[in-house]
Design a protein around this ligand. Structure first.
Ligand SMILES: [Zn+2]
Length: 249
């Protein structure tokens, strides 16, 4: 009994002396052990009334890439949320950006692993493209799994939709930023073409796209738009697996 008691006291003694050492170190301005910073968490989901508000969903495909971090700064500065459709093969080199997207309230969607034309692949190969990417994004994002898919080139059909197993998000405004690589053109199209409820396609792997976004945001803001994620834009609707949104016109 005495042995147990002295053991307990000895343990307490060591804890106390450890605390004292820590306090002494703190007084000198150096903590003995760094204070763990709280784990950052994503902002709570927003409810945006896109029935009445003039909402627009800006979407950025094919990243993350070298300009994505700067784009996140630009979006943050404007208080704008967007949706990123990521390629699985690009996630590994840009895990910090993926984490940042989640922490800053953006939505992440799956855009396949390596951007093949899915209509030319077997269903098993489509599933592999989707599932490898789900895994990479979920790991990089700290556990947030995409619930939306964007087919590369917008190429899909009923068989692909079934193999994907998620709603497929396309667009109604195509900036063609990948073709023209022209900042002024991106600004003009990105500012003028969106309508209430539009889904706008951009690619953040192009410098000229990211360079245009500050003026696109300012121009759309001036037209009265609210920047939302695709999930916020479609809240209240049922987007089933295999469903394509918006409907191709
Ligand atoms: Zn793409």
């Amino acid at each position: 009994m005495a042995g147990v008691l002295s053991g307990t006291l000895a343990a307490c003694g060591s804890v106390h002396s450890g605390e004292l050492r820590q306090q002494a170190a703190a007084v000198k301005g150096r903590a003995a052990t760094p204070t763990p910073s709280p784990t950052p968490t994503a902002p709570p989901p927003r409810t945006v009334d896109c029935v009445h508000l003039k909402c627009v969903a800006l979407t950025f495909d094919d990243g993350p890439g070298p300009y994505t971090d700067h784009l996140l700064d630009v979006l943050k500065g404007a208080g704008a949320r967007a949706t990123f459709f990521l390629l699985g093969e690009n996630v590994g080199g840009h895990q910090a950006e993926v984490r940042r997207m989640v922490l800053e309230g953006h939505q992440i969607g799956n855009h396949s692993w390596s951007h093949p034309q899915l209509t030319g692949l077997s269903s098993a190969a489509v599933r592999s493209q989707v599932q490898r990417t789900q895994k990479a994004i979920t790991e990089a994002s700290g556990g947030v799994a995409p619930t939306l898919f964007r087919p590369p080139y917008g190429a899909t059909n009923a068989r692909v939709g079934k193999a994907v197993g998620m709603p497929e998000i396309v667009w109604d405004v195509d900036s063609l930023d990948w073709r023209y690589r022209n900042v002024a053109r991106n600004v003009r199209v990105g500012t003028r073409e969106p309508k209430k409820g539009s889904v706008v396609l951009f690619h953040d792997i192009h410098k000229t796209t990211v360079q245009a976004i500050p003026r696109v945001l300012a121009g759309l803001q001036k037209r009265g738009f609210t920047f939302v994620t695709v999930g916020e834009l479609t809240a209240g609707r049922t987007l089933a697996a295999g469903h394509t949104f918006p409907a191709w016109s």
